[in-house]
Design a protein around this ligand. Structure first.
Ligand SMILES: [Zn+2]
Length: 470
């Protein structure tokens, strides 16, 4: 192999770390060479974020030098290089992730889009432009951000298909766009994610997500079969490789979903145990704890253990949980025949704060309460709500139409029939199962949590050896 001429940034040109300074005033004194990443890790350990920023900038510059010296010429020569390119995109992408976390924590967040724009030229390849689009989209998901902007930025990455190579991009795509995709396209994307990453955590989340998709088109049998398979996979591997962190959480959800589909009380109790065990860990933030209390409540609710379910939801509310918890408290009251209390509770729900699937849950609970109460004004309101609801998934539409029929009948007759009462029990169907597997980027915590993600970026290891030479 001929020795390649080392690529070097020019003194008076902008530094490749995208600080906005010239190279001669920036990274050149700090280039880590093969100690790449070490100074960053040490600075982070000492909680010295300013030093961590300088170190990670130098890492970005170092890696860019390697890329431009080795991979870029190989790519330009054609044939070889795609494998190397992928390694470079992921590795440099991980350093950029660290940079994002530091910009956020150091109060430099407003500068971040401009930095990303400057980083665009570090690797001149569409795969890298897509990585930049990923981080830019993520920028708009920060607190006070704009989801529509996030979607626009992601769209700039170009069409995302079942051939996509970038796992992170796929995961974000699932979070932002999944609701608008048809079933077959959803399945293709989930299968692609499963194919790209064998990691057990990834498998648990996205195999569970497939089961949810089957459930939502009304194929409970395939859903249960998929769940049984992935639960079997956990049982086989957990002796040698105990579940950790988020896996425990996912496992609790898988058990919960299978238990609720098949009405297996023992499986639901097993899932409740998983959530109880999680609550014993001291790593949760208050909102994390509230989210686990809610899942615990769900396990008990599906098992018809109304007292325990109510207790868990009330804990969630005490921890600052959402208005969805109140919807569930109302249900717990209803199914213990405390109809007036249920009605009072559901009237306190700020329905406009609920996201789509949670709003569906609200409407279904509202309709059930209206049927049992047989009050005209409630029934009329329920009818309006059910008519206006346009659920995308067949299973929720069936539930909607059925409740609409029962509400209308009850309005006409003045008292609910036995059938109407039966149809408005939890066995009639579940709505929150749709958001159950929060199809969010699969990382470090509960659902999509911007802070958890930014911390994940800070800790994330760079995969693959630096491409020092070929
Ligand atoms: Zn620099």
């Amino acid at each position: 192999m001929p020795i390649r001429k080392k690529w070097k940034p020019k003194w008076s040109e902008p530094c490749p770390c995208a600080s906005g300074k010239k190279y001669k005033d920036c990274c050149w004194r700090r280039l880590p060479d093969f100690d790449i990443g070490k100074a960053y890790t040490a600075a982070l350990r000492e909680k010295n974020l300013d030093r961590a920023l300088l170190a990670t900038r130098a890492d970005v510059t170092q890696y860019t030098i390697w890329h431009k010296t080795n991979t870029a010429p190989a790519l330009a020569a054609g044939g070889v290089g795609l494998q190397l390119l992928r390694i470079d995109v992921n590795a440099l992408g991980a350093y950029v992730g660290r940079l994002s976390s530091l910009y956020f924590h150091l109060g430099l967040w407003k500068d971040w889009p401009a930095v990303l724009d400057r980083l665009r030229t570090n690797i001149q390849h569409p795969a890298w432009y897509r990585k930049i689009a990923y981080y830019l989209s993520f920028y708009y998901l920060s607190p006070g951000g704009d989801r529509a902007k996030a979607r626009q930025e992601l769209a700039k990455a170009g069409p995302i298909t079942k051939k996509e190579e970038d796992l992170e991009l796929l995961q974000l795509y699932v979070d932002l766009e999944f609701d608008d995709l048809p079933f077959a396209a959803r399945m293709e994307i989930l299968d692609r994610i499963l194919e790209l990453d064998n990691d057990r955590e990834n498998q648990l989340q996205y195999r569970g997500a497939k089961a949810v998709q089957y459930f939502m088109i009304g194929d409970a049998q395939t859903a249960a079969q998929q769940l049984a398979e992935v639960i079997g996979f956990v049982r086989q591997t957990e002796a040698d490789e105990p579940l950790e962190g988020y896996e425990k959480h996912l496992y609790g959800r898988l058990l919960q979903l299978l238990g609720s589909l098949k009405r297996y009380k023992s499986t639901l109790k097993e899932s409740a145990l998983q959530f109880h065990a999680l609550l014993l860990e001291d790593r949760w933030t208050q909102s994390g704890r509230a989210a686990i209390q809610r899942e615990l409540g769900d396990s008990y609710r599906y098992a018809d253990e109304w007292d325990q379910a109510e207790m868990a939801y009330r804990q969630a509310i005490a921890l600052g949980g959402s208005h969805l918890d109140k919807v569930h408290v109302a249900e717990c009251l209803l199914y213990r025949k405390q109809i007036d209390a249920a009605a009072t509770e559901i009237d306190t729900v700020k329905r406009e704060t609920l996201p789509r699937h949670e709003f569906e849950d609200f409407v279904f609970a509202y309709a059930a309460i209206a049927i049992w109460s047989a009050k005209t004004d409630r029934l009329t309101e329920a009818k309006t709500l059910l008519r206006a609801l346009g659920p995308a998934e067949p299973i929720f539409n069936d539930r909607r139409l059925n409740l609409l029929l029962r509400v209308t009948e009850t309005l006409a007759s003045g008292t609910p029939s036995a059938v109407a009462k039966a149809d408005s029990t939890p066995k009639g169907g579940l709505a929150t199962v749709a958001s159950f597997f929060e199809l969010k980027p699969n990382i470090a915590g509960i659902g999509f949590n911007f802070n958890a993600m930014i911390d994940y970026f800070a800790r994330k290891k760079t995969k693959g050896e630096p491409n020092k030479s070929d």
